[in-house]
Design a binder for this molecule. Structure first.
Ligand SMILES: *[C@@H]1O[C@H](CO)[C@@H](O)[C@H](O)[C@H]1NC(C)=O
Ligand SMILES: [Cu+2]
Length: 161
């Protein structure tokens, strides 16, 4: 079977593009899920969350819930009645804006005593280019180009091996 060079490049480009725009889905606590006495502070370490990524909270429905709160409520484990709790047991939250996000469990004293609290920092995909310094914006291009090259070469290898 003959695969033309053009086809390879076309497919490799598609793969690279898909890699670029794809969002990461994080299962909070990984296989432990959203549970009692898990160290979510450590779980967050070394992870980079970007706008468009998703958080998945897995837990037996009815045992826990997920509340998005502000920093003050997070510190003090306060849940106001106005907070909409997620309760499905497979709650997916898409990170829509950059900045700090706080989540707690609103059941019993799970937040206060059992460490069911998660704080993350969401980064924007690339630093917003400032209009006055267009030359400075080249910095933000490098990681994307690099990612593109890696994906491109990776998919080329996939087809040639
Ligand atoms: C944080 O949320 C609590 C409960 O909803 C609210 O009473 C408080 O005013 C909020 N604090 C800030 C700084 O927004
Ligand atoms: Cu809980």
């Amino acid at each position: 079977m003959v695969i033309s060079r053009t086809n390879i490049i076309f497919i490799a480009t598609l793969v690279a593009l898909a890699t670029l725009i794809s969002a990461t889905e994080y299962t909070v606590g990984d296989e432990n899920g959203w549970t009692l006495d898990f160290d979510y502070q450590t779980w967050v370490q070394g992870k980079h969350f970007f706008v468009g990524d998703k958080l998945v909270f897995n837990y037996p429905s009815g045992k826990h819930n997920v509340l998005r709160v502000n920093g003050t409520s997070f510190q003090q484990c306060i849940m106001s009645s106005s907070n909409e709790a997620l309760t499905s047991g497979n709650d997916v939250i898409t990170l829509l804006s950059p900045g700090r996000k706080w989540y707690i469990c609103g059941v019993g004293k799970h937040c206060e005593l059992r460490n069911m609290k998660l704080v993350i920092n969401v980064e924007s995909m690339s630093p917003a280019p400032s209009p006055s310094t267009s030359s400075g914006s080249s910095n933000s291009v490098i990681p994307k180009t690099y990612g593109f090259l890696v994906a491109f070469i990776g998919s080329l290898l996939m087809f040639l091996v």
